[in-house]
Write a new protein. Structure first.
Length: 745
């Protein structure tokens, strides 16, 4: 139930300058004090307001008034005016000066400041310059409040209103009245649906030019979220028409207009016309160009090379097989080289041999992977320091000259390239087109680039299909390792992963030491088994803590989807207790001790690595989609939470940033890419055919290091192995590479 309270802001208890979240005391009728909370772009002690909202009970701070909207109330009398001016809200005016101003102008004080600020110089101690500065401050605050009131009538929250005002200033009135869909393009956090709702309230018709153009761009944006770099024209028009509720015939003209304005690009391919967002097309095109530039042959002396390989074999204590030796040879003479293969086929051994080959030759070698977990594993298996690609490229949250102050960027680029001779990137299946483009910008011609990954893994979460496209282009040498080595044959995880990849039946008789199938056909029984496994059975078996054991599910929604599983597993694995603080955000409950995952890239979020006595030994910016950790503490006063990530980084999240976190007791298989866990539990019962496929199952099984346990229906398991159906990912890096190949020839 919405209520209204009126009074003046007595004092601010807490304010988060980043998102405007404020806790303040409002003194109302009869000097009653009300603790108010909400997002306020600008509010100061002494201001008189009328606030709308509802009362809530905070676990620690008791009764509070949660503000959803407010209006400024003019000071009711000279005392209120003096209190407002002397509160510190206006720079240059203290309590004594405020009293003199009000004594001089009386009830006309506010009008004088707003309409005739130069008259303030009549007061002793205020110069003409100071008078104008005071007037400007008051006018600016008044303009912002009027803007917030204007936005509230269209259902725009205070927090979002502040973003809009910061972006457009006084221009916001024209933007909203003429084309509110600009908000979806210009402001982070405003999608098409929010802009469309605002447009509807303003009265913009369904078939307006602005609405159709924005709907087309939004549809392309949604496709990018599904991994597509472009979309077939017919499919784009069909999806946009469904979103907008208009005839597709209305959209052809607007699509061409967007092309003329260079916001989209048309490309004719063998199977039809495709539409790219312009930045995606040129990113794909330039990625192909830079790869072709690196593709050159490095002359090597064959006899010297073979002697070096023999020496490496002696150092390693065993002989490489023919394909591994071939990989070392080709890597030594290629500008761009791709090494691929499934689990147990010796990719790590081959990487180590390649590193030794170049290390013996006194070259500078850089190792990197897309995620912190993958980089850490690369360091452990090679003995050489590896880092994330973002860290190697020196991600910075500080603005460059000419850039938006909120835009992060890489310090390593074409003007400041990486100073290295050989770059080896592992887990390449996870690299999307934008990260690949950023990497290549920082690679100088003559540098060897070695890309390592399993092409049968799921593609990147971000747009593109980089590894597969590079391989399918045929423009670069590729070595595919297929032989499963003897020590790997002892693991049924490895053997069964290859069986799954070949479409062969996998035994479910539980005669294995590391691959188990527990047949259950009821959701509740599957849940009970998983809880017992995580809490009681598996920790001792694989010598790991319950938090290291990971549930991987094909789906996000549904009874066995990640969302539902996380709610249930949280209650059993991290139950509430008096010593654990909790915080609700966006309908989700977070508790100290929870496993959490970052679900989108945040290039500005600051982190630090703490050493002895919690003294920071390293600082940086950037937390990325898929990074996981433990929620260590909740600060109820500052409304922040602290997360310790697996790679040793610690980051603090504001209330607003909590929308970037979710529980991770269970994660979708797609989100597990590049990760390795001591034990994996996979619940399988039923699900959409597009998700219940071989590729997904193969990826899930290969995430486990010591033990895989599948709980569910053997029919669903067998069906996934047989199902080779995958959603096609629209990308044409391979075609762009071939186009440059034709030019070179």
């Amino acid at each position: 139930m919405t209520e209204t309270v009126t009074g003046f802001v007595d004092h601010i208890i807490f304010r988060n300058e980043e998102n405007g979240y404020t806790v303040f005391v409002l003194t109302g009728e009869g000097s009653a004090e009300i603790t108010c909370v909400g997002s306020f772009p600008d509010i100061s002690p002494g201001e008189s307001i009328e606030a709308q909202g509802s009362y809530t009970n905070h676990a620690s701070y008791g009764k509070q008034f949660s503000v959803t909207g407010y209006t400024e109330v003019a000071p009711a009398d000279s005392l209120a005016m003096e209190r407002y001016l002397g509160s510190g809200a206006i720079k240059g005016i203290g309590t004594k000066l405020a009293a003199r101003i009000v004594r001089h102008f009386g009830g006309d004080t506010l009008r004088i400041i707003e309409e005739e600020p130069e008259r303030l110089s009549e007061i002793k101690g205020i110069s003409a310059k100071s008078a104008q500065a005071i007037g400007s401050q008051v006018a600016e605050k008044a303009e912002m409040r009027r803007a917030m009131m204007f936005l509230q009538q269209y259902g725009i929250s205070l927090n979002l209103g502040a973003k809009i005002y910061q972006k457009y200033g006084q221009e916001l009135y024209n933007v909203l009245r003429e084309n509110p869909y600009r908000l979806a393009e210009d402001i982070t956090g405003v999608g098409f649906r929010i802009a469309d709702e605002i447009a509807s309230r303003i009265g913009i018709v369904a078939d307006s030019e602005y609405r159709i153009r924005s709907g087309i761009l939004y549809t392309l944006q949604q496709a990018a979220g599904d991994g597509h770099v472009c979309v077939p024209e017919a499919l784009l028009l069909e999806k946009a028409a469904g979103l907008l509720g208009v005839d597709p015939a209305f959209m052809g003209k607007h699509l061409k207009d967007l092309s003329i304005e260079r916001k989209v690009v048309f490309r004719e391919e063998e199977d039809g016309t495709y539409i790219y967002p312009a930045v995606y097309y040129y990113t794909e095109l330039n990625t192909a160009r830079m790869l072709r530039t690196l593709s050159c042959r490095h002359e090597t002396d064959e006899q010297s090379r073979e002697r070096r390989i023999e020496l490496i074999e002696k150092q390693m204590g065993f002989a490489l097989d023919d394909m591994q030796r071939s990989a070392v040879r080709i890597a030594s003479e290629s500008g761009v080289f791709i090494l691929t293969g499934g689990p147990g086929t010796g990719k790590t051994t081959t990487i180590n041999a390649i590193i030794r080959y170049f290390d013996d030759n006194n070259t500078v070698i850089s190792l990197a992977a897309p995620t912190g977990r993958a980089a850490k594993r690369m360091t452990e298996t090679t003995g050489y320091e590896a880092m994330t690609i973002h860290r190697m490229l020196e991600l910075s949250g500080l603005p460059e000259e000419g850039r938006d102050g909120r835009t992060a960027h890489f310090e390593r680029n074409a003007q400041n390239p990486l100073e290295t001779d050989v770059i080896i990137i592992d887990e390449m299946s996870m690299v999307d087109i934008f990260l690949m483009h950023s990497l290549l910008l920082a690679v100088q011609p003559g540098t060897r680039l070695i890309l390592v990954g399993d092409e049968n893994q799921l593609p990147s979460v971000g747009p593109g299909n980089v590894l597969r496209d590079i391989i399918s282009s045929g423009c670069f040498p590729v070595v595919t390792l297929t032989k499963i080595f003897r020590q790997a044959l002892d693991s049924d995880i490895v053997v069964n992963a290859h069986r799954i990849n070949r479409g062969e039946a996998v035994p479910t008789d539980n005669k294995s030491r590391d691959f188990f199938f527990l047949k259950r056909y009821d959701v509740n029984r599957i849940l009970n088994v998983m809880i017992q496994l995580i809490r009681d059975k598996l920790p001792g078996y694989v010598d790991a803590s319950p938090s290291e054991i990971q549930v991987l599910t094909p789906m996000r929604k549904g009874a066995l989807g990640a969302v539902q599983l996380n709610q249930i597993l949280q209650e059993y694995l991290n139950p509430p207790s008096p010593g654990k603080k909790e915080k609700e955000s966006g309908g989700r409950l977070f508790r100290e001790g929870d496993k959490v995952m970052q679900i989108r890239n945040n290039y500005q979020l600051e982190w630090e690595v703490l050493g002895k006595y919690n003294i920071p030994v390293e600082k940086g910016v950037g937390v990325f989609n898929g990074d996981t950790g433990i929620l260590r503490s909740i600060n109820e006063f500052s409304e922040t939470v602290t997360v310790d990530f697996e790679d040793g980084r610690t980051a603090e999240y504001s209330s607003k940033q909590l929308e970037e976190l979710e529980l991770s007791y269970a994660v979708t298989i797609h989100k597990s890419q590049g990760s390795e866990y001591p034990a994996v539990i996979i619940p399988l019962l039923n699900g959409p055919p597009m998700l219940m496929n071989r590729n997904l199952l193969y990826t899930a099984v290969t995430r486990a290091k010591k033990c895989v346990t599948i709980v569910g229906s053997e029919a669903a398991f067998a069906s996934m192995i047989e199902n080779v159906r995958q959603t096609r990912r629209y990308s044409f890096l391979d075609k762009r590479l071939l186009e440059f190949n034709d030019v070179d020839q």
